[in-house]
Design a protein around this ligand. Structure first.
Ligand code: ZN
Ligand code: MN
Length: 276
């Protein structure tokens, strides 16, 4: 049997068997296609939650669904805004409806535990809406044992880690767009995709307390990076990423009452062998 936790690599019969036997957590990474400065790939917001999900699935019984590669519209104060070439976004209701559709399909096949792993700040309430639409409809259909967890991965860094990664003070997750956190994690996960010599030297963006429509693009640094990324290192990325994997595994294992969250598992492989 091929050993994989990726839904796209499983056959339908293997998927069905694992749903029936393990009641695994189906993990759905959600991101965006969005500018991340001149130095990071535009897929950063789905690449990171996908990488986290793959590693979490080695620790707890989980199957990782293909990620959502598009997300809700980039906002100037957290993603630079829609005026950058390449930032390709969905309307809010489209994202909610697509998530609702996919969750209904997971449920139809027998999945009862789902974790939505968000990597793009702007998505969160539209994901919440998609989950709510699906849960409401499932209740009408008589499905009452579906449980869904939604999380933003960056909330899983401890204060201690943030103090270590940001010795000069943490600018906040919104302003961290394409900055120290995402650049460090990218240096750890796929250094070949980080254009280190292109990291801009712009000062941190300084936004007023209100929003204005249409976007006042002069508020946003032309590079699209909202706070300096120069202090990014692979070690910081490793530190952050490994902490996310460990703490998200523990949280999901606790919430879904499954095993694991501590030791890296050969469980899926061992379970897959032998009995049919
Ligand atoms: Zn991002
Ligand atoms: Mn984003």
């Amino acid at each position: 049997m091929v050993k994989t936790n990726l839904m796209a690599e499983l056959t339908w019969t293997e998927y069905q068997e694992r749903l029936e036997r393990e009641n695994p957590i189906v993990m759905l990474p959600v991101g965006a296609l969005e500018q991340h400065g001149p130095h990071l790939p535009m897929g950063t917001d789905h690449m990171i939650p996908m990488a986290i999900s793959r590693r979490v699935a080695e620790r707890i019984p989980a199957i990782v669904a293909p990620p959502f590669n598009y997300g809700y519209k980039s906002q100037p104060k957290m993603g630079g805004g829609q005026h950058f070439c390449g930032t390709t976004s969905l309307d809010g209701h489209s994202l909610s409806r697509i998530l609702r559709d996919v969750l209904m399909e997971f449920a139809r096949h027998g999945a009862r535990r789902v974790a939505v792993i968000d990597g793009h700040y702007e998505n969160s309430m539209f994901l919440t809406e998609g989950i709510d639409l699906a849960m409401r409809e499932l209740r009408y259909d008589g499905v009452r044992n579906m449980k869904i967890v939604r999380l933003e991965y960056w909330d899983f860094a401890t204060e201690k880690t943030l103090a270590k990664v940001f010795p000069d003070g943490f600018p906040g997750h919104a302003l961290e767009h394409a900055a120290v956190m995402e650049t460090s994690i990218s240096l750890y996960l796929h250094p070949e995709l980080v254009r280190v010599n292109k990291i801009p030297k712009d000062p941190p963006a300084n936004f007023p307390a209100y929003d204005v429509y249409p976007t006042n693009t002069s508020w946003v640094p032309p590079s699209g990076v909202l706070s300096p990324a120069g202090a990014a290192t692979r070690d910081k990325g490793k530190f952050l990423f490994e902490e996310y994997v460990a703490t998200i595994s523990v949280a999901l294992a606790k919430e879904f009452g499954t095993r694991g969250g501590k030791t890296a598992g050969k469980r899926a492989g061992r379970k897959g062998k032998g009995k049919k």
